[in-house]
Ligand binder design. Structure first.
Ligand SMILES: [Zn+2]
Ligand SMILES: [Zn+2]
Length: 273
């Protein structure tokens, strides 16, 4: 799993203080891109990842830090719109639009993919053989959800934007890795998001092997996100870290964390015309 972006919230996103490109999940059945926000395309080029290798895309909700590069990702999946392939998964606002939000994927882009699916909490998706269950969230896009990815080496969960509640946290019990959107630091709770104070009970309830902060807002980045993560580690006894852009996590028997090789050049993928 490659973290194409670790920023979140509108200010980190608009200034691109951290990238907001979501995650690339390379698994036995194919390649999946989750939440391709701004920076996804740029970072895929930087690591020489050919996006025509992507098979499916999941968009959690209709906020630009989660979707803005998605239509280009679909063009990648479909080899520039020439090959009908791949699957687009999204919440109701993403695919259909609802209550003034979205749709954020045009009918044209839904049409060039082989298929699309609207998900809701309680659903289980079969994404190219990878089982992903959809969990409830409490967010300003009311259709947002979180994800539990069932890998051969345990459950890896990506909790997309939500407020904290015990009920929200308990959905992720059994996760080996818990990827948490911690938008703001201690003492800075904002509506519809989590702060460091929320990460503590969340991680205490779930007790994962590893907790990773993502969706970092400007205030937590200014405050020092590594300090916030070590505070949570101290409070919970669970290994906790803040992700950085282009970090690569390999979940096998061990969990290994490395950095993707980056390039700053005019690489032209061999699949480009
Ligand atoms: Zn967000
Ligand atoms: Zn959001």
């Amino acid at each position: 799993m490659t973290f194409l972006g670790t920023g979140g919230g509108r200010h980190t996103t608009m200034y691109q203080i951290r990238s907001t490109g979501g995650f690339l999940v390379e698994h036995d059945g194919g390649n999946l891109h989750i939440d391709p926000g701004p920076g996804a395309l740029t970072n895929m080029h930087r690591i020489h990842y050919d996006l025509t290798k992507t098979d499916s895309v999941i968009i959690s909700h209709c906020h630009p830090d989660h979707y803005s590069d998605a239509e280009s990702v679909i063009e990648g999946i479909t080899r520039g719109g020439w090959v009908k392939r791949g699957h687009v998964y999204g919440s109701p606002t993403v695919i259909e639009g609802m209550g003034g939000l979205g749709p954020c994927i045009s009918p044209y882009h839904l049409g060039i993919a082989a298929g699309h699916t609207v998900f809701r909490p309680g659903d289980t998706l079969d994404v190219d053989g990878l089982s992903i269950s959809i969990k409830k969230a409490v967010h300003s896009d009311p259709t947002n959800v979180g994800f539990v990815i069932d890998t051969p080496h345990g459950k890896v969960s990506y909790v997309s934007d939500t407020e904290y509640s015990d009920e929200i946290a308990d959905q992720y019990i059994g996760s080996r890795v818990l990827i948490l959107p911690v938008t703001t630091p201690r003492g800075n709770r904002i509506r519809y998001h989590m702060c460091t104070d929320d990460a503590v009970p969340f991680i205490q309830r779930v007790k994962p092997e590893l907790a990773i902060f993502v969706h970092l807002g400007v205030v937590i980045l200014r405050r020092g996100v590594d300090e916030e993560a070590s505070y949570v580690q101290q409070e919970t006894g669970v290994r906790t870290m803040a992700a950085h852009d282009l970090m690569v996590m390999d979940v096998g028997e061990e969990i290994s964390l490395t950095d993707a090789t980056t390039y700053d050049d005019d690489w032209i993928p061999s699949t480009a015309p």
